[in-house]
Design a binder for this molecule. Structure first.
Ligand code: GLY
Length: 360
């Protein structure tokens, strides 16, 4: 078992992330503070049937009264429609501000449930039980919760730090290779920005098979790094931006190809290779970094090249509309070496030259 503590100064809280292979069936002691309270568990149509009754049993053992609600799986559920359904359910279940809401699922469920918990009755206690690799290493930690709007992703959001994050690494066994890959994209991103030795471990393993037994410690490493960033910048005013290495292009890729064509973590993989090339062209990133990252991604069966049917103009068009291009200065996250990220302000007008010169 691993435990990582997160502190979010200014938000007046600190909370544990507990990582263990059998945590769901053994989590009753972690939930003992919920004795006597109603606990609404929000899952999707996959995680509800898989893990709902295990979590409900643990809650009953802890002396709480659970109620379970399912929404459809997938990104389209981060919507006002599903938000309203959850709020109706919380009202019908008489959930009060002394009760608790649990998110049981991947990043979509965490974001949607968290946003409902942040806004229902002006905020109720919230626990994250992430069940995908991507949500275990990134989205369940740090308090960002959000809904999508028809005009863009995550346009409605809040910061709500959870009371705890319970990570059962056994849940990863039900994910398909592509979902594991999408999470691995964020893991390799963390390696790129945090620690060259961690990056080298992936080079040493040379693929998923040798890496899999190390997943609990890998998740713990990613959560420890993210906790350190959140402690310094809980509300995303500066340093936290480094977590977006590879994301400038990833968002544009996801958008121009249609959400869901490339999974977010897959788009981040391609974005990291291009961010390395941008850094090389700007004289910030050591030459050959793009090749080193591409080789690693290839060894883990992850995408590292632009899709054939895409042109630089398409990405530039989308990025020009992106809220992050506002003010006409982009904050590019670049590597000054593998293991350390820097934020480089770049006039948006200079991006197209970098993109054309990096394109292959
Ligand atoms: N996923 C980026 C962040 O939490 O800031």
């Amino acid at each position: 078992m691993y435990q990582v503590n997160v502190m979010a100064p200014g938000q007046d809280c600190s909370y544990p992330i507990i990582i263990s292979p059998n945590l769901l069936s053994e989590c009753a002691p972690c939930l003992s503070s919920l004795e006597g309270h109603t606990v609404a568990v929000i899952a999707d149509e996959h995680t509800g049937p898989l893990y709902g009754s295990t979590v409900e049993n643990a809650l009953r053992t802890a002396g709480a009264t659970p109620c379970l609600f399912e929404v459809p799986a997938g990104e389209t559920s981060k919507s006002a429609l599903q938000y309203d359904r959850i709020i109706d359910f919380l009202l019908e279940s008489h959930v009060t501000r002394s009760d608790t809401v649990i998110a049981l699922g991947g990043g979509v469920i965490g974001d949607l449930t968290g946003y409902a918990a942040a806004t229902y009755l002006r905020g109720v206690p919230f626990i994250q039980i992430p069940t995908t690799l991507l949500s275990q290493v990134d989205s369940s930690v740090g308090g960002k919760v959000a809904l999508n709007h028809p005009k863009g992703k995550n346009l409605l959001g809040a910061f709500l730090q959870p009371k705890q994050v319970l990570i059962d690494t056994g849940t990863l066994s039900t994910l398909d290779d592509r979902q594991i890959g999408a999470g691995l994209g964020e893991v390799i991103k963390t390696a790129c920005i945090s620690d060259e030795d961690f990056f080298s471990s992936f080079e040493k393993w040379q693929g998923r098979k040798a890496m899999l037994p190390h997943l609990p410690e890998i998740i713990s490493h990613c959560c420890t790094f993210k906790a350190g960033i959140v402690r310094q910048d809980p509300l995303d005013h500066g340093l936290r931006m480094i977590l977006n290495f590879g994301h400038t292009l990833a968002h544009a890729l996801e958008n121009s190809m249609g959400y869901g064509t490339l999974l977010h973590g897959e788009a981040v993989c391609i974005g990291m290779v291009y961010a390395s090339r941008f850094g090389q062209l700007l004289g910030i990133t050591p030459e050959g970094t793009d090749i080193r990252i591409s080789r690693l991604l290839e060894a883990y069966d992850l995408p590292h090249e632009m899709p054939d049917n895409l042109a630089p103009e398409q990405l530039l068009q989308v990025m020009a509309l992106d809220k992050k291009a506002s003010g006409k200065i982009l904050h590019l996250v670049l590597l000054d070496r593998i293991g350390n990220a820097v934020i480089h302000p770049l006039p948006f007008s200079e991006l197209s030259t970098l993109l054309y010169r990096s394109w292959r």
